[in-house]
Write a protein that binds this ligand. Structure first.
Ligand SMILES: *[C@@H]1O[C@H](CO)[C@@H](O)[C@H](O)[C@H]1NC(C)=O
Ligand SMILES: *[C@@H]1O[C@H](CO)[C@@H](O)[C@H](O)[C@H]1NC(C)=O
Ligand SMILES: *[C@@H]1O[C@H](CO)[C@@H](O)[C@H](O)[C@H]1NC(C)=O
Ligand SMILES: *[C@@H]1O[C@H](CO)[C@@H](O)[C@H](O)[C@H]1NC(C)=O
Ligand SMILES: *[C@@H]1O[C@H](CO)[C@@H](O)[C@H](O)[C@H]1NC(C)=O
Length: 189
């Protein structure tokens, strides 16, 4: 009985969106943007389908990436695979004798995008946990991402490393169809 009541109220709480007052939201968002602001280097990624771990096809096993958030609400992310067979040795701009196959590999195994970002109100957000929207994206190498808004969960994790506090950022995304991605970033600036 007690359990049922607890369960019912938890379900109700989860179903109700959290709506801060405009003033509350402004100061909360300001504090969160400040907490997130920085430059992060990608540590690793993991992918799952319906909760089962799967290989990360686009990024490979040893991706590199840089994510930047500004305190005024701008973001940029670039991630690429590093396996040589996914990264033919192309130069930019493209050459007349480059193959489309080589460029297709580069296109499939890297992502770069930037634009504004904002705090989502879909779940309670604070300076360590919550949700953001990347977007509407101003620029993206993938054409359909321009103008898109991408929902991302964030968690800031602080860990003592060699006598110093290292800051990590865990970013979770749902890619539709039961696909989920988790990216772990380490703050470098
Ligand atoms: C990513 O790195 C963290 C920190 O080193 C580690 O705890 C985690 O298991 C790693 N995840 C994957 C998928 O390799
Ligand atoms: C890749 O291209 C660069 C620039 O053209 C060249 O300097 C380098 O030697 C090439 N590396 C390989 C492995 O072909
Ligand atoms: C492609 O063309 C460049 C000159 O534009 C030349 O230097 C290079 O050797 C060519 N590469 C191949 C694989 O034919
Ligand atoms: C932020 O929210 C999470 C859960 O939503 C909670 O576990 C955490 O303690 C909160 N952190 C702060 C600093 O309030
Ligand atoms: C993001 O957080 C919400 C609320 O806690 C949760 O329902 C959702 O599954 C999370 N998504 C990811 C990808 O972690």
């Amino acid at each position: 009985m007690r359990l049922n009541v607890l369960f019912a109220s938890a379900t109700l709480a989860a179903a109700l969106p959290y709506i801060p007052s405009p003033k509350e939201k402004q100061s909360r968002d300001h504090a969160i943007l400040k907490a997130l602001a920085g430059t992060y280097s990608l540590v690793n990624t993991s992918s799952s389908l319906n909760g089962v771990k799967i290989p990360d096809e686009p990024y490979g096993e040893h991706p590199v990436g840089i994510l930047t958030y500004s305190a005024s609400g701008w973001m940029s992310a670039t991630i690429t695979a590093t396996e040589p067979w996914l990264r033919p040795n192309l130069t930019f701009p493209f050459q007349a004798n480059d193959t489309d196959r080589d460029w297709a590999l580069v296109g499939k195994h890297g992502i770069g995008y930037a634009g504004p970002f904002r705090i989502s109100d879909a779940i309670p957000a604070n300076e360590t946990d919550g949700q953001v929207f990347h977007g509407p994206l101003t620029v993206a190498n993938v054409p359909t991402w321009v103008g898109a808004n991408h929902r991302r969960n964030y968690t800031i994790i602080e860990r003592e490393e060699e006598g110093k506090v290292a800051k990590y950022l865990k970013i979770g995304s749902e890619r539709g169809g039961g696909y989920r991605g988790v990216l772990l970033w380490k703050r470098v600036d």
